[in-house]
Write a protein that binds this ligand. Sequence first.
Ligand code: PLP
Length: 415
Amino acid sequence: MQDTLIKKIFDVDEVRRDFPILNREIDGKPLVYLDNAATSQKPVSVINAISDYYSRYNANIHRGVYSISMEASAAYENARISVKEFINAASEREIIFTRGTTEAINLVAYSYGLQNVNEGSEVIVSELEHHANIVPWQVLCQNRKAHLKVIPVNEKGELVIEEYKKLLSDKTAIVAVSHISNSLGTINPVKEIVRLAKAKNPKIAVLIDGAQAIHHTHVDVRDIGADFYAFSGHKMYGPMGIGVLYGRESLLEAMPPYQTGGDMISRVSFEGTTYNELPMKFEAGTPNVEGAVGLNAAIDYINSIGFGAIEEQEKMLLDHATEEILKIDGIRIIGTSQNKASVLSFVVNGLNALDIGIMLDTHGVAVRTGQHCTEPLMDKLCLPGTVRASFAFYNTKEEVDVFIKALKKVIDILK
Ligand code: PLP
C-alpha cells in the first residue's frame, strides 16, 4: 500500500524537469550526472529563490531598520527555523550557519577542541573519514599534545565496532565519525556509536559528519544523540558556500567564539568585548544570506519529494547498477557494506581510474575518480583510487544503462 503510494507520487521524468542542468548535452550526448556525492544539482525553486533574493530584497541583515533589510533578516532566520525542523533540533539557537561541513568541523575542533582536549587526551576518528574529518583533529592533537585514535574498517568497508569499543577510554575527549562514507557508501551505525561513547563517559563529545547523509535519509539529531552534526547545503540540492553546524545548546553556550568581528558581539570597547548570544556568537561578519535562502528552498524541495521516495529511487538505482556492473569482467566493487547509500565505487583490473573517468566523459557520463579526499582509506585498501558513480533520486534506470554501456566500451578501448 505504502509502496503504491510512493510510486504514484514519484515520477522521475517530472522530477527531472525541476533540474535545468539535466538537459545539458556534452558533445551532443545527454549529460549523465553521476557525481552526486561531490555535489548535487539544483532545482529551479532553489535557483529562483536566490535570484528573487537578489532581485527583490538584497540587503545586509540584522541591523537594518528599513524594509528590505528586515525582509532579508527574516528570510535568513526563517532558514534557520527550517533547518531546525528538518533535523529535529531542540532550538534555533543550536543551528549555526557555516560555509559547509569543513568549516563546521573546524569550528568544533578549534572552539570546543582547544578548550576540552588536553595533553594526553584522545580523539577518535575512523579509517573511513573524509580529510575534512581527519585533518582538523590531527592539527588539534598536534597543538594539544593529544593522540588521534582510528577505528579500523573491515574488508566490506564497515567500521569494526568491537575495535571502537576497545579504543574508548578514560582519555577519550572527542569521537568524530561520518554518518555515510563518501568513498564507499557505508552507512555507519551512528546512534550506536554515540551510545557507546556516552556509556563510557557522558562527557565524551561526539561529532557526526553528515555531509553524505543529510540528503539520503531523514536525520533526527535528537534521536541520534550526537553533540554535533555537520553538513553542507550543496550536497542537498542547495547552494555552495552554506552549511550547518548543529550543536547541543549547553555545549555551544560554554564554547568560545571561533571567529571574531562584527555581528558576533554584544558590546565592544577597547577594554574588552562581550559576545552575542547563540547562534550569532558563532557567525562573525556578514553571513551568506543568499545561501541560507537557497538552503531553505532546498529543504522545501526535499520535503516535497519525501525521503520515502528518495530512498526507494536511490536503492533501485544502486541495486540495478550493482547487478549490471558485476556482469562486466575484471570489475571489483569497493565497499560492500550491508547498509549502503547510493554510492558505487569500483576498480577495473589493470586499468587506471582516471583514464576511465576521462573516457566516460566522452560519453557524457560524469563520475569521480581518485581518492575522494579519503587518502588514508585508499592506503588501507592498497588502492591508488577508485571510479565512483553516485546516484541521486533524479537519476534514472536508463541513465544507469547508458553508464554501463559506456563503461564496457571504455574498458574495451583501454584494454
Ligand atoms: N565529509 C564528507 C563525508 C564529505 O563527503 C565531504 C565532501 O565531499 C566533506 C566532509 C566536506 O564537505 P564540504 O567540502 O562541503 O565542506
